[in-house]
Ligand binder design. Structure first.
Ligand code: COA
Length: 167
């Protein structure tokens, strides 16, 4: 039987528990999942972690899950997906407001590579308000991000903001 490989692309700066939820849900459907950090994100934002640090954090969080691979890519998502023979792209849809942008990207990606399918996943309701930029801002301003990111991500955020863990 053919194994299904999917790509879950994003900025992941940083990976939040909302992203983790999408990864774990996707693994119920696909055999292998490549979590791919985009070096060129469509909406550029001021970042916290370097691309390599983001990939490392994703690897650390999914160290117990051999079906998940973390990597980065440059250039077009469809070129990366095609190169890895991944015909499915996973995206999370948190709210209706995500829809328009996601729908445009899905149709653009499919016109660039007609064989690709884009699968939209709904996150757990309790994660629908999460976004990486909000988590970054809360962390930067000294708020507690324990509920929003994995412990390893929190430790690295504390370090990046010049705090020691538990401070
Ligand atoms: N839980 C928590 N947050 C979530 C989430 C979830 N389940 N799903 C999305 N988000 C948040 C992200 O944290 C991010 O928040 P932020 O804006 O505060 O940082 C936001 O939703 C959307 O970001 P992300 O999913 O990382 O997408 P993006 O818009 O940064 O990047 C790419 C989208 C990488 C897929 C797109 O830019 C791309 O394909 N780039 C490659 C170049 C290319 O092919 N371009 C043509 C595209 S048609």
């Amino acid at each position: 039987m053919n194994k299904t490989t999917a790509v879950y692309p994003g900025s992941f700066d940083p990976l939040t528990i909302g992203h983790e939820d999408i990864v774990r849900r996707s693994l119920r459907i696909v055999d292998r999942l490549i979590v791919a950090v985009a070096e060129t994100a469509t909406q550029s934002k001021s970042g916290l972690f370097s691309i390599d640090e983001r990939v490392d954090l994703i690897r650390e969080v999914f160290a117990d899950e051999p079906r998940v691979e973390a990597t980065s890519f440059s250039g077009l998502l469809v070129d990366f997906a095609q190169g890895r023979e991944a015909r499915v792209i996973i995206r999370g849809l948190r709210a209706v407001s995500d829809f328009e942008y996601e729908f445009q990207m899905a149709l653009m990606n499919r016109s660039l590579w007609p064989e690709v399918e884009v699968l939209f996943m709904a996150p757990a309701t309790r994660h629908t308000f999460l976004s990486s930029s909000l988590v970054r801002e809360v962390g930067r301003l000294g708020g507690d991000v324990t509920d929003f990111v994995s412990p390893g991500v929190k430790t690295r955020m504390d370090r990046a903001f010049g705090r020691t863990a538990g401070e």
